[in-house]
Write a protein that binds this ligand. Structure first.
Ligand SMILES: [Zn+2]
Length: 161
């Protein structure tokens, strides 16, 4: 493809691309089209973001250990809730949401499960599968395994540099 900045042909290849737009460090888009230009411009083919973010949410809901702060923040934002709204839904204080998301406090087992169920219900996921997976959740926070998601042939986004 042509570089949108200088018009020259870009050097494109298929590679695994770490997607950080979700605020998580374990999301990898496999077989993504990544293009570089001699002028310094870079472009990457991303899937449609609503579908990508919902897929990340589904993987988080099935995560076999307690949700971490960035994961809770991602689920909250993907539900389009502010901290006060999520606090209301979970029956806690706004400050508790902040402490979970900042890592100052570990989310409890019950609130972790309730957040997953709320996410599944709002996103119309089959909640019985979510409940079945609860028995496999380790009662401590661990990094999620790498989420490898096919990049597909989506739109090309410019990599901010
Ligand atoms: Zn260029």
């Amino acid at each position: 493809m042509r570089c949108p900045t200088c018009g020259e042909l870009m050097d494109c290849r298929r590679e695994t691309y770490q997607y950080t737009g979700a605020g998580l460090d374990n999301v990898f888009l496999t077989d993504a089209q990544v293009c570089h230009c001699a002028c310094g411009e870079s472009m990457v083919g991303l899937p449609a973001l609503p579908a990508l973010h919902q897929r990340i949410g589904e993987l988080l809901v099935a995560k076999p250990s307690l949700l971490t702060g960035p994961e809770i923040r991602f689920l909250r934002k993907n539900l389009r809730l502010n901290g006060q709204e999520l606090a209301h839904w979970l029956g806690v204080d706004r400050a508790t949401i902040y402490r979970w998301e900042s890592g100052a406090q570990t989310v409890g087992k019950a609130h972790d499960r309730l957040l997953r169920l709320i996410y599944a219900a709002v996103k119309r996921m089959p909640t019985e599968h979510v409940i079945e997976s609860f028995q496999g959740i380790e009662p401590r926070q661990k990094p999620a395994p790498p989420f490898e998601i096919p990049a597909g042939n989506g739109m090309i986004a410019s990599l901010a540099s």
